[in-house]
Design a protein around this ligand. Sequence first.
Ligand SMILES: NC(=O)c1ccc[n+]([C@@H]2O[C@H](COP(=O)([O-])OP(=O)(O)OC[C@H]3O[C@@H](n4cnc5c(N)ncnc54)[C@H](OP(=O)(O)O)[C@@H]3O)[C@@H](O)[C@H]2O)c1
Length: 253
Amino acid sequence: MSETKVFKGLNGLSKTVKLNNGYEMPTVGLGTYKSQAGEVEEAVKYAIGIGYRHVDCAWFYKNEREVGVGIKARLDEGVLKREDLFIVTKLWNNFHDKKSVVPKLRESLEFLQLEYIDLFLIHWPFGFKETADNLPTDGAASYSDVDYLETWEGMEECVNLELTKSIGVSNFNKEQIDRLVKNCTIKPVVNQIEVSLGIGVIPKSVTKTRILENFDIFDLELDSEDIAYLDSCNKNMRISPMSAYADHKYYPF
Ligand SMILES: NC(=O)c1ccc[n+]([C@@H]2O[C@H](COP(=O)([O-])OP(=O)(O)OC[C@H]3O[C@@H](n4cnc5c(N)ncnc54)[C@H](OP(=O)(O)O)[C@@H]3O)[C@@H](O)[C@H]2O)c1
C-alpha cells in the first residue's frame, strides 16, 4: 500500500458520531499516549494516509510537536483540508486556574501547528499547583483545590475565542458531570473514559500493521459469543486509576 496516497477509509468514509453541538466526531481515532517522539510523527502520517481522521493528543503526552509535524505533512500535500481532520488535546492538571486555560491551549496549538483544534478536554477533574510536578509524589502539598467549574469557564473562553470547536471532559464521574452540566454555559460534548466498548475508540499504536488493522473495523460485527468472550475478560479494574491522588477533593473514582 502506498503510504503517501490519501484515501477516505478502508471501507468507505470513516464513521462519525454527531456530538450534542452538531459537530461530527470520527469514531476511530489514533491514540498517542506514550508514542515516542521518534515514532509518532510517522505513525500519524501513516494513519492519516490510510484514512484515520481523528487524532487524540494531550499536553501531558509531551509529543504534540511531533504529532503536529505528522499532521502538517499530510495537510501540506493539499489532498486533505484542515476541516477533514478531528484533532483533540487536553488540559493537564497543573493548569486548572481559569487564567491558565487559554494560554495552555495556545501552547498546544503552537506545538501542533494548528489555528484551532476540534475538541479540548479537561484531562482529569482534580488539579495540581502550577509549580508542582506533572505527577507529584508529595501528596496534598501539591494539590490545587481549584473547582473544575472554574476551569470550565476557561474552557468556554477557548470556544468563544475560536481556539476549539468543542469542549469536554475526561475521567469525570457522573456526579461531576451532572454538576458541570447544571452550572455551565457551553455543555461538554464528550467524557473520555476507559471502557471496553464505547461509541468511539482511540487505539494507540506506532506499528503500521496494527494502525491498519485497528482501523479496518467498519464491517466488523460481534456476535453474542464474541460479546460473551469480551465480557469474560472484564477484571473490574482500571488501567489508569491515578489512585495516588485518591485523597484529592475532586478525585473521581
Ligand atoms: N483521557 C485519559 O485519561 C486517557 C487515558 C489513557 C489513554 N487515553 C488515550 O487512549 C489511547 C489508547 O490508550 P492506551 O495508549 O493506553 O492503550 P491501547 O491503545 O489500549 O494500547 C496501546 C498498546 O497496544 C499495542 N497495540 C495497539 N494496537 C494493537 C494491535 N492491533 N495488536 C496488538 N497490540 C496492539 C500498542 O503497541 P505499539 O504502539 O507498539 O504498536 C501499545 O503497546 C491513548 O494513546 C490516549 O490517546 C486517554
